[in-house]
Unconditional design. Structure first.
Ligand code: PMV
Length: 374
């Protein structure tokens, strides 16, 4: 284990040592498949180099994932040259996405100076429909970060230890998209320093699977697509608005308190406490959007109709079925695997008809990313 791993705090990975010798590694490729995640305690508000204002915890998804391949070729470069990149999203050029990746890779050359010594061709493919309105940054950026760490391991023989590898991948993913830091671990993962999560850090996420009750490891997540349109306000703009938000400090304190309430529930299989916190967090996130200046609303009428239906069904059936929302109008319906039959019968008859084009994604808690060896 190298000394950087023992103290991987802000800036600890910034070292100029990761430079390739002239004739090493002329070309090659790495591929990772990495899932999206759904936050139960939401990260909303950031500062500095993508550091969170509050701790968060998420379930790692299974069906919703991105597969990313980086093909690299050594190139001659002069000191002033930036990143040489060609990016194909689902087989086609995607200029906006390419610009974001180019900017991100250029911003981490303090950590990975070798990136400037390569020409990169990146292929990124999502398992979920492009137009489903599902946030893809967590899966896309975690897959990219994992590929970068595989390159580091391959070039420099570092990161041989699995936990060291995943810590760094989470750190790099965080720099690309905060929520992506949580996608590198199976089942559940926590990001942001919190007294009740051993080893937790603002710099990277840590796994939260060991203490997790078995019923949460098989948790289902039915994603009901209410609208597949692009969001009117991006997450980055939302985070920014938290900087002047009148409720910001109360919100950050609340997130910490809710972590303290949620963690024992996750350990003991207490679905009622879990569900109450998950729903309140989802509505708090959207309430913060509605109360920011300027205010905005990402839910649609059908989001509210579906929330009513789910709460009504829960009251009538007594079954543990709850909802969450990401920064968008689509609903994530959460329930234990053992009740999947009854709950999915209800979703099919009452909820799916209200989805856009009847589209929903049957997902569940997943086992985390996978390296695809060529
Ligand atoms: O990772 P970002 O910057 O796209 O922020 C995502 C924030 C939420 O998805 C709304 C909440 C979360 O913790 O994932």
């Amino acid at each position: 284990m190298n000394e950087l791993y023992l103290h991987p705090m802000s800036g600890a990975y910034s070292n100029a040592k990761l430079v390739l010798n002239t004739s090493d590694h002329p070309q090659g490729s790495v591929t990772w498949k990495s899932p999206s995640n759904l936050a139960i305690i939401k990260y909303w508000g950031k500062h500095g180099r993508q550091l969170p204002r509050n701790p968060s915890i998420s379930m790692t998804l299974n069906a919703a994932h991105t597969t990313t391949t980086i093909h690299y070729r050594r190139r001659e470069m002069t000191a002033s040259e930036g990143i040489s990149l060609e990016l194909l999203f689902e087989g086609k050029p995607a200029p906006k996405f390419a610009e974001r990746i180019q900017g991100f890779l250029g911003s981490i050359t303090d950590i990975y100076p070798f990136l400037r010594q390569l020409h990169l061709t990146i292929h990124s493919d999502n398992s979920f429909p492009h137009s489903s309105g599902i946030a893809s940054s967590a899966s896309a950026m975690s897959a990219l970060a994992l590929c970068l760490c595989s390159l580091e391991r391959h070039f420099f023989d570092t990161l041989q230890d699995k936990s060291e590898f995943l810590t760094k991948a989470s750190y790099i993913a965080r720099l690309a998209s905060g929520s992506a830091s949580r996608s590198v671990y199976p089942y559940m993962s926590a990001w942001g320093k919190h007294g009740d999560v051993p080893g937790s850090s603002d710099d990277y996420a840590v796994p939260f699977a060991e203490l997790l009750h078995a019923s949460f490891k098989t948790m289902r997540n039915a994603i009901l697509i209410v609208s597949s349109g692009t969001k009117t306000v991006s997450s980055s703009a939302g985070h920014e608005l938290m900087e002047t938000h009148p409720y910001a400090s109360t919100r950050y304190a609340q997130a910490g308190q809710r972590m303290s309430q949620l963690l024992p529930a996750l350990q003991h299989g207490d679905w009622a406490t879990f569900g109450q916190i998950a729903e309140n967090e989802a509505l708090t996130l959207h309430a913060l959007m509605m109360a920011s200046n300027p205010s905005y609303i990402l839910m649609k009428p059908a989001s509210l109709e579906l929330i009513d239906l789910i709460r009504g069904f829960r009251a009538d059936s007594g079954l543990p079925v709850y909802f969450s929302l990401d920064a968008g109008p689509n609903l994530h319906v959460l329930y234990p695997d053992e009740h999947a039959m009854e709950i999915e019968a209800f979703l099919q008859s009452s909820c799916i008809p209200k989805c856009e084009d009847g589209v929903w994604i049957s997902d569940k808690c997943g086992t985390g990313p996978e390296e695809i060896l060529g």
